[in-house]
Design a protein around this ligand. Structure first.
Ligand code: ATP
Ligand code: MN
Length: 463
């Protein structure tokens, strides 16, 4: 007999069917009339299945006292129509096998509610809770939807390197990768000779796969990278991780408007898929995490994203009544409070800001004729702020070289990137979306640390 997932039973199980199920006990109640109720969960869905097991069932008398919250069991039985409300079927168990006990004195996940902060300290057990089981399933659906969106439109999935020796744009502080003996270097107090290091030069963990993606976009066509990304910023916010996953599509022959259109349809498509495939989990988030969640997501799905130039947005922020902690001026970057004002208070929907001052954006963004701005675009969403950052790339060799000089970058170090403008250069565009920020948006979770299975932040890399 093959084991069947509880999700499948709850969806299609018919009374009379024989089943074999395994999972973790959420609760057990003993009835005076010589049988027990077990709520069993196997993580395949939010709901538990109810098992009714008589005291003459095989294994009952030896094991039932150890069938406590958190214990793992295998049960054989038959599906019965359930008299209880909220469930169609239950299992009438005729044998129970105890796989692993869970000592009630020490098992941390007893039936009460636990704070998310506490659960972060027991990351090895938190996916067994309703909330974190749901996050894991929704995150999975999002990842699948991301691949599906691009694959259906003919994008090629490209794996870009995790270890890199080029510091893409200085997008963020980088983690260094080295095999040099740091203790010995500290003793000697000499300059570091990177020629002696593993790669013969200074190497780091990637902050973005964009530059490498551009190589493939200008050879095999529309492509995307989807992988881990690392930033060593010491920012302790609810929107920053030191290790996160980024999706970076890169498209030849796309101008900024095409890029915006793709970003918008991409976000809508992924949210649509989650709303369709994760109904039970999404209802849970709407009930327990954020009561306006489904409404917010519907609103995102149904309306066109507002497109506003950076310059217009600055004017708007300067003219509004709201007092901000950080003053805003043309030429400064928006802070989270500004982004949230635009998406939550003013427009009440996602906003795409474009044409940013070149002084606050990286060298590879295409320069506008006004001599002041570049073809950058950020997609801002309610509650999170920036979820996507992208741009049309500078495809003109001379302009790119000028910009590199302006940014104090040595074209020699980026010789291969510059070469792409030397041989068959084409207009092209792309963007980066942070997976965990999307998970945050879709689940309503307030802290990004709860949106990734294993959290890496300053001073924290356990599990
Ligand atoms: P922010 O200004 O919010 O710190 P950024 O402008 O530095 O972000 P980009 O370099 O534009 O970020 O990266 C593209 C996308 O990657 C962002 O829009 C965001 O969704 C995501 N992202 C960036 N940094 C982080 C981080 N530290 N943790 C999680 N996601 C991130
Ligand atoms: Mn950005």
């Amino acid at each position: 007999m093959t084991r069947i997932r509880i999700a499948n039973i709850l969806k299609d199980g018919k009374p009379g069917e024989e089943v074999l199920i395994s999972g973790w006990v959420r609760t057990r109640r003993d009835s005076k009339n010589a049988f027990s109720f077990i709520e069993l969960n196997d993580g395949s869905c939010m709901s538990n299945i109810q098992v009714v097991i008589d005291n003459d069932a095989e294994g009952y008398s030896e094991h039932i006292k150890d069938v406590t919250t958190g214990a793992s069991v295998t049960i054989k039985g038959e599906l019965k129509e359930s008299p209880g409300k909220g469930q169609r079927v239950e299992v009438q168990g005729n044998s129970i096998q105890l796989l692993g006990t869970a000592d009630a004195k020490t098992y941390a996940l007893q039936k009460k509610r636990h704070s998310f902060e506490f659960l972060r300290e027991i990351a090895h057990l938190r996916p067994r809770t309703n909330t974190f089981g749901a996050i894991a399933r929704v995150r999975n659906t999002i990842c699948f939807a991301i691949h599906q969106f691009f694959q259906e439109q003919g994008f090629i999935s490209v794996q870009t390197p995790i270890i890199t020796t080029s510091d893409c744009e200085g997008a963020g502080e980088m983690f260094q990768v080295t095999t040099l003996n740091l203790n010995r270097l500290a003793e000697r107090k000499t300059e570091v000779d990177y020629e002696q290091d593993f790669f013969g030069k200074r190497a780091s963990l990637t902050v973005s796969g964009q530059l490498e993606a551009e190589i493939f976009a200008t050879s095999v066509g529309k492509c995307y990278t989807f992988g881990p990304t690392f930033r060593a910023e010491k920012s302790n916010t609810t929107r920053h991780l030191s290790e996160f996953w980024m999706v970076e599509p890169e498209m030849p022959f796309y101008e900024l408007e095409d890029n915006m259109e793709l970003a918008e349809s991409f976000i809508k498509s992924v949210i649509g898929k989650v709303l369709e495939d994760c109904k039970e989990d999404m209802e849970f988030f709407n009930l327990r995490i954020d009561k306006t969640l489904l409404e917010t997501l519907q609103n995102i799905m149904e309306n066109e994203f507002k497109r506003v130039s950076y310059t217009e947005a600055i004017q708007l922020l300067k003219d509004c009544d709201q007092k901000f902690e950080y003053p805003i001026e043309w030429g400064t970057d928006l802070q989270s409070e500004h982004e949230r004002y635009l998406t939550e208070t003013h427009f009440k929907q996602p906003v795409i800001l474009y044409d940013y001052p070149r002084t606050i954006k990286p060298f590879y963004m295409r320069c506008n004729d006004d001599g002041k701005t570049v073809r950058a675009m950020d997609v801002l969403v309610p509650r999170i702020g920036e979820i996507i950052g992208g741009s049309q790339r500078e495809e003109r060799l001379d302009v790119l070289l000028d910009r590199m000089k302006e940014c104090d970058l040595d074209p020699e170090e980026y010789w291969w990137y510059v070469d792409l403008r030397r041989y068959g250069s084409v207009p092209h565009s792309g963007f980066g979306l942070g997976l965990e920020r999307l998970v945050q948006l879709v689940t309503g979770m307030t802290n990004i640390r709860d949106c990734i299975p294993f959290t890496r932040t300053p001073k924290n890399a356990d599990f």
